[in-house]
Design a protein around this ligand. Structure first.
Ligand code: ATP
Length: 228
């Protein structure tokens, strides 16, 4: 469960990006975060994995309070939260296999378990045949599938995605969304900031709308609510 109580964020330059936000997300939910450009979506989801630190209020994930967390504990937190970015953030010199295995090597999994688990997630995203390729040899959609595989390889309880289809064409975006649906169906919480009206309106999930750093709407089976 993720809980935010009166969470605010003012950046060092004085920009107030979030204002006393309250929200609660249960394990296993699928939540879209929508809103105009600059509304505070990235700031909101970034605070859930301590990419951004709140300047007011409290955030907890499964009972762990993120704003009190010491910097050295952050890698530990990230083991339980998978993150997917708009621009994939794959390591360019490593193969697909190595990009995914890396997350398991740092926690000193046995080579046998690493191999089994990497092949399992590659199978889930349908990319076993590209295991030995480097990111540059893949399409955008394939690179995003690798980054999703990397995000879930540790069996995180939560996956946070910040505009994961922002760089992809509509058809490829739907392939990516089917993978997120599958991940969510297995019990993982999925929280996704997006500008995709089509996806939000078709999928009928919980929708949280942010405007000027405040939550202005929180609906189950919600709509995008803005022009695309
Ligand atoms: N590192 C930063 N330093 C200062 N201001 C920032 C920083 N990051 C974001 N902001 C400001 O905070 C506000 C919220 O930005 P944020 O990126 O969270 O919005 P967003 O809804 O994700 O926008 P977009 O849809 O364009 O990605 C904006 O006014 C933005 O300019």
């Amino acid at each position: 469960m993720i809980e935010m109580k009166d969470v605010s964020k003012t950046y060092p330059n004085g920009v107030s990006a979030l204002n006393e936000v309250n929200l609660s997300i249960e394990q296993g939910e699928f939540v879209y975060v929508v809103g105009p450009s600059g509304a505070g979506k990235s700031t909101l989801v970034g605070m859930m994995y301590r990419e951004e630190k709140a300047t007011g209020g409290s955030i907890s994930i499964n009972g762990v309070y993120l704003n009190k967390m010491k910097e050295r504990k952050i890698p530990h937190l990230r083991r339980d939260i998978g993150v997917v970015y708009q621009d994939f953030k794959l390591l360019p010199r490593l193969t697909v296999y190595e990009n995914i295995a890396f997350a398991l090597e740092v926690i000193e999994e046995t080579p046998k378990n690493i191999r089994r688990r990497v092949m399992e997630v590659l199978d889930l995203v349908n990319l076993k045949h590209k295991a030995r390729h480097i990111p540059d040899e893949l399409s955008g959609g394939e690179q995003q599938r690798v980054s999703i595989a990397r995000a879930i390889v540790n069996h995180p309880k939560t996956v946070i995605a910040d505009e994961p289809t922002g760089n992809l064409d509509p058809e490829t975006s739907w392939e990516i969304m089917r993978i997120f649906e599958e991940i969510n169906a297995r019990g993982t919480t999925v929280i996704m900031a997006t500008h995709s009206k089509d996806i939000v309106n078709t999928m009928k999930k919980r929708v949280i709308a942010v405007e000027n750093g405040r939550i202005v709407r929180d609906e189950h089976r919600g709509e995008y609510g803005y022009e695309a």
